[in-house]
Design a protein around this ligand. Structure first.
Ligand code: BDR
Ligand code: CA
Length: 312
């Protein structure tokens, strides 16, 4: 199994991503770190712990990280995720206490303690913790296997017409993370807007009949209402599990290697991920970044449903 660390801000879709990581035996979840994003740091940290409790994953540690972006003010996404950050569900109180030690320190220690080239960083929120880790211990950059992140987009936006929420929340952190030399896969809105939790998908999940399945359905009901009200989507895009799915099964999406830069100075474009798709496609030695462009929708949901089923 691939060793992964998930850095996240749960978030209904972060929650599903955690379940995918817990339920699929092809990844080994070393621990979870949290970052202020969808909601405040205390709220998303509690949510991460509650999701792991509900998934019977008390062996997975949770370390809280950065409460706010490097430079900018945190503007949470309560209209999409609710006041708790995880509206639509009442999860059990976590039994495992919050682990001690800052997320950034724990990420560094974990990566440095493991074999080189074995740990994948999966980032599902603003990139604040990952950027700080790279600055605090630059040796992690060549030591991790790869960075796979949900964020950005080649052709779309949600926080603004051209910027995605995770990148727009902390563009300076994203700039650091995209410019470090590690192999990086950007799973952006081009991909995740294809991962819609349709009524058919939700019936499959509900049909599993377990507590965890009904928790997921509660979250998706709220997420659907929020996306209908705020974003004119008929069904909610379940962004974050797309990044975990790519780590488990790279064949789940079409990727294209290309340089990506982060707009920091734009008056109307701050936080935009500027992907240079002018050909020819560079090879891995010339370019360390790639972007997801298309999702195998059936294959993706099969992974998610099987993982929820495996949790039982
Ligand atoms: C991203 O922003 C958050 O609202 C979601 O959890 C996801 O990580 C989508 O733009
Ligand atoms: Ca997220």
């Amino acid at each position: 199994a691939k060793d992964i660390i998930i850095d996240c801000d749960p978030g209904q879709d972060d929650a599903v991503a955690l379940l995918l990581a817990v339920g699929d035996s092809r990844v080994n979840l070393l621990g979870v770190t949290t970052v202020g994003g969808n909601q405040s740091l205390p709220k998303v940290t509690h949510n991460a712990r509650a999701v792991l409790e509900a998934a019977h994953a008390r062996d997975v540690c949770v370390h809280a990280g950065s409460a706010r972006p490097l430079v900018r003010r945190l503007r949470v996404a309560a209209e999409v995720h609710g006041e708790t950050g995880l509206d639509g569900v009442r999860l059990p109180e976590p039994v495992r206490p919050l682990d001690e030690g800052h997320a950034v320190v724990w990420i560094i220690e974990t990566v440095m303690a493991r074999e080189p080239g074995t740990v994948t960083l999966v980032a599902l929120g603003p990139l604040t913790n990952i950027a700080l880790a790279a600055r605090m211990e630059p040796r992690i950059v060549e030591r991790v296997r790869e960075v796979v992140l949900m964020g950005g987009a080649v052709h779309e936006g949600n926080a603004s017409p051209v910027a995605e929420f995770n990148i727009a929340t902390d563009p300076e952190a994203a700039h650091i993370v995209f410019h470090e030399a590690w192999p990086l896969t950007m799973v952006g809105l081009d991909v995740t807007h294809q991962a819609l939790c349709t009524p058919e998908v939700q019936r499959r999940i509900a049909g599993l009949g377990s507590d965890i399945a009904s928790h997921v359905c509660g979250m998706m009901d709220f997420f659907r209402r929020a996306y209908r009200a705020n974003r004119a989507f008929p069904d909610p895009p379940v962004h974050d599990p797309c990044a975990v799915a790519y780590v488990i099964d790279p064949g789940v999406m079409e990727v294209r290697r290309c340089p990506v830069d982060i707009e920091l100075a734009g008056i109307v474009t701050a936080g935009m991920t500027v992907a240079d798709l002018r050909g020819p496609e560079p090879d891995a030695r010339a370019c360390h970044t790639q972007v997801g462009l298309r999702l195998d929708i059936e294959r993706f949901w099969n992974l998610v449903v099987s993982a929820i089923e495996a949790i039982g």
